[in-house]
Write a protein that binds this ligand. Structure first.
Ligand SMILES: C[S@@+](CC[C@H](N)C(=O)[O-])C[C@H]1O[C@@H](n2cnc3c(N)ncnc32)[C@H](O)[C@@H]1O
Length: 284
């Protein structure tokens, strides 16, 4: 019987780990800790396979070279954590509705309203924002209302743009909402597939955007959702972001963070905490 020589899968050595961690931090703010070496190794092995490389040292040399520039988004995509679901931390959506209702009550006809889902992953968050608006403030949707949804990871942005979710990804969205706002089809193995309908699609614009890079948006936001994103950043990177978010908000706007994220000393950055993980600019 002929023997098949199986080569061992590449190991992520400490030098390569340091090189990848340094690049990830510089490119995206992600802080990689040595305890996660095994997870990072398994996430990156498929990149080595795709490029026909047998060692992490070769991969590091490539991704840091001029020719390897196109590989950098793939590296960041492999390192980001994209877990999300519909109506995650529902209390934030209810508070957003309060803010938008008072804007409608106090503003003259046709106010411009903007919400930003910063770190939107595969789109469940902006779609939950859109469904909350359509359900509870349909007059808002009839005004100049838009949701901007951005993420650094081109793979998830592309997914979100398709707006198509196999049933297993629709956790959190009720049967009624799916029936009302999604078109139902089926995907592989006859699993139901829910595709965002016209009403939802018209409200959301998806774009790739690195939060560490300059932000091209000119209008101010009524609400910014940046949830479960800064948890992967160090304090310095987080503290550089808070003033930028404050500057991007309307005076009565709200910033929502994830359940395990906080602004330490919010007053230092011109914010007050008005509800769990919810911040509003302070007016002097
Ligand atoms: C865990 S998901 C959060 C999704 C959604 N906000 C939620 O709470 O369900 C984190 C997302 O942040 C994105 N992300 C990480 N670093 C980023 C950066 N520097 N700029 C923009 N997005 C980033 C990741 O690609 C990922 O999709």
């Amino acid at each position: 019987m002929p023997r098949i020589a199986l080569s061992a899968p590449p190991e992520l050595d400490p030098d390569s780990f340091r090189a990848i961690a340094e690049l990830a931090y510089r490119e995206s703010g992600l802080t990689l800790v040595a305890e996660k070496t095994t997870m990072i190794q398994s996430r990156l092995r498929h990149r080595l396979r795709a490029l026909g490389l047998s060692e992490f040292a070769q991969y590091c040399a490539f991704v840091r070279s001029d020719e390897g520039q196109d590989e950098r988004p793939q590296l960041i995509s492999a390192l980001t954590t994209n877990v999300s679901h519909f109506f995650r931390e529902k209390h934030h959506f209810d508070l957003m509705i309060d803010v938008l209702s008072s804007r409608i009550a106090y503003t003259s006809a046709n106010p411009v309203m903007r919400v930003w889902s910063a770190g939107c992953s595969k789109g469940q968050e902006p779609l939950s924002i859109a469904m909350s608006i359509l359900e509870q403030l349909p007059e808002c949707a009839a005004n100049d209302f838009r949701i901007l949804a951005t993420d650094i990871d081109p793979v998830v942005v592309k997914f979100a743009q398709t707006g198509a979710y196999p049933e297993r990804m629709t956790k959190g969205a009720s049967h009624n909402l799916k029936k009302k706002y999604f078109e139902q089809g089926s995907c592989a193995a006859n699993e139901p597939l829910f595709t965002a309908g016209r009403l939802l699609r018209e409200l959301i614009r998806y774009n790739q955007l690195n939060l560490l890079a300059p932000w091209p948006m000119k209008t101010k936001f009524d609400a910014i959702f940046c949830r479960n994103v800064v948890i992967y950043f160090d304090v310095e990177t987080q503290n550089n972001l808070w003033p930028r978010f404050r500057n991007a908000l309307r005076p009565d706007g709200l910033l929502f963070l994830g359940h395990s994220e906080r602004i330490a000393n919010p007053e230092r950055f011109g914010f007050e905490c008005i509800a769990p993980t919810t911040y509003r600019p302070i007016h002097s």
